[in-house]
Design a binder for this molecule. Structure first.
Ligand code: ADE
Ligand code: ZN
Length: 342
C-alpha cells in the first residue's frame, strides 16, 4: 500500500537539488563500460560477459566488494578512460538533480599498475570541466589514500600528486577499514593539513566508534565518510551533534555490504533525529544498485521519511560541502524553493 506522504517525499527527493559528497569514481564503472574499456585496451578480464561479472556482485562484507572493485579498475589505462568513466557518472548525476559532486579517486590503484598520476588526474579533470560547461554540474576531486597500504606509500602518493595540486581540493582515506585505524595516517594528514588540503576519512563503516574518534582527534577531518557506527557511542553522537561534523552516509552501500540487514533498519532517521549533519550518497553506485536518487527513493520508502526530512538531507549536503558560503546559500535557497512547491 502506498502512503501519499511518503510518495510526496519520494517525488521531492528526486527533484530537489542536492550535492553528492561520497562517490568513488572507480565505483561508478558500470559492467558495460568495464567490458568496453577492456576491449579498447586489450585487457583480458576473468569474466566471460557483463552478466557473469554482474552476477559476482553478491557481497558479504567490505573486503569481498573491494576485491572485485580493484579488479574492475584494471581496465583504466589512458586519460580518456578516466574521462569516459567520470563523464558517465556526471550524466547520471545530472539526471538525479545533483548540482555539485565532490568525487573520490584512488590513485594508488592505478599507479601500482604503471599508470602515471598525470594520466589519472588529467582524465578526471577534463570530465569535471566538461560537466561544468555542458551540464552545469559543479565538482571537485578528493584524492584518497588506500589504508591497507603503508604510510610510506601514502607519502609517496602525496608527493606524486603535488604537481597537480590545483586539480584536487583535499584528501581522504578509504579501502579496508578493520585493522587499518586512522592513527596509521596521522603524519600524512598533518602534512596535508599544512598544505591547506581539505581532510576527510572513511570511519565507522565496519570499524568501531574509536576509529571515528581517531579521525576527529588525530587526523582532524572535516567530514567522516559513513560514520554509522557512531550510534554505538552516545558521547560521540553528542559531539557530532554539537560540532555538526558531517557524515556522508551511503544507505544502499550499507545494505549491499551487510552493514545493515534491511534498509528498514538503517540508522539514517535516528541520526537526523539526533541532530547530526547526515547526508545521503551513493558510494559505489555501479556495484550497489543505484545512484543518488535510488539511494534517496529507497531510503525514504524504507524509513518513511517526510518532505521535511528530505529538505534537511538536501540542506545538509550543501552545509557539508566544501563550496564557498555564497554558493552554499544559493543552493540551499533553491532546495527550499523546491520543497515549498512540492
Ligand atoms: N572504496 C570504495 N568504496 C569503499 C567503501 N565503501 N569503503 C571503503 N573503501 C571504499
Ligand atoms: Zn566510500
Amino acid at each position: 500500500m502506498t502512503n501519499p506522504a511518503v510518495e510526496r517525499a519520494v517525488a521531492l527527493a528526486r527533484a530537489i537539488p542536492k550535492a553528492e559528497l561520497h562517490i568513488h569514481i572507480e565505483g561508478s564503472l558500470e559492467p558495460e563500460l568495464i567490458f568496453a574499456l577492456a576491449q579498447r585496451n586489450g585487457v583480458t578480464l576473468p569474466y566471460a560477459s557483463v552478466e557473469s561479472l554482474r552476477a559476482a556482485y553478491a557481497f558479504t562484507d567490505l573486503q569481498s566488494f573491494l576485491d572485485i572493485y580493484y579488479a574492475g579498475a584494471s581496465v583504466l589505462l589512458k586519460a580518456e578512460d578516466f574521462h569516459d568513466m567520470a563523464w558517465a557518472y556526471f550524466l547520471r548525476a545530472k539526471a538525479d538533480n545533483v548540482v555539485h559532486a565532490e568525487i573520490f579517486f584512488d590513485p594508488q590503484t592505478h599507479t601500482v599498475r604503471g599508470v602515471p598520476m598525470a594520466t589519472v588526474v588529467e582524465g578526471l579533470s577534463s570530465a569535471c570541466r566538461q560537466a561544468e560547461t555542458e551540464l552545469g554540474v559543479s565538482s571537485a576531486l578528493i584524492l584518497c589514500f588506500l589504508r591497507h597500504l603503508s604510510e610510506e606509500d601514502a607519502f609517496a602518493t602525496l608527493e606524486a600528486a603535488l604537481p597537480y595540486r590545483e586539480h584536487f581540493i583535499g584528501v581522504g582515506l578509504d579501502s579496508s577499514e578493520l585493522g587499518h585505524p586512522p592513527e596509521k595516517f596521522e603524519r600524512v594528514f598533518a602534512r596535508c593539513r599544512a598544505l591547506g588540503l581539505r581532510l576527510v576519512a572513511h570511519a565507522g563503516e565496519e570499524g568501531p566508534p574509536d576509529y571515528m574518534w581517531q579521525a576527529i582527534d588525530l587526523l582532524k577531518v572535516q567530514r567522516i565518510d559513513h560514520g554509522v557506527a557512531c550510534l554505538q557511542d552516545p558521547l560521540l553522537v553528542a559531539e557530532l551533534a554539537h560540532t555538526r561534523l558531517p557524515l556522508t552516509v551511503c544507505p544502499l552501500s550499507n545494505l549491499k555490504l551487510c552493514v545493515v540487514r534491511d534498509l528498514r533498519e538503517h540508522p539514517l532517521k535516528t541520526m537526523l533525529d539526533a541532530g547530526l549533519c547526515a547526508t545521503v550518497n551513493s558510494d559505489d553506485p555501479a556495484y550497489f544498485g543505484g545512484y543518488m536518487n535510488a539511494n534517496f527513493e529507497q531510503t525514504v520508502q524504507a524509513l518513511g521519511l517526510s518532505c521535511a526530512d528530505v529538505l534537511i538531507l538536501a540542506h545538509n549536503s550543501f552545509e557539508a560541502s566544501f563550496v564557498d558560503a555564497a554558493q552554499r546559500q544559493r543552493w540551499m535557497a533553491l532546495a527550499s524553493r523546491a520543497a515549498a512547491t512540492a
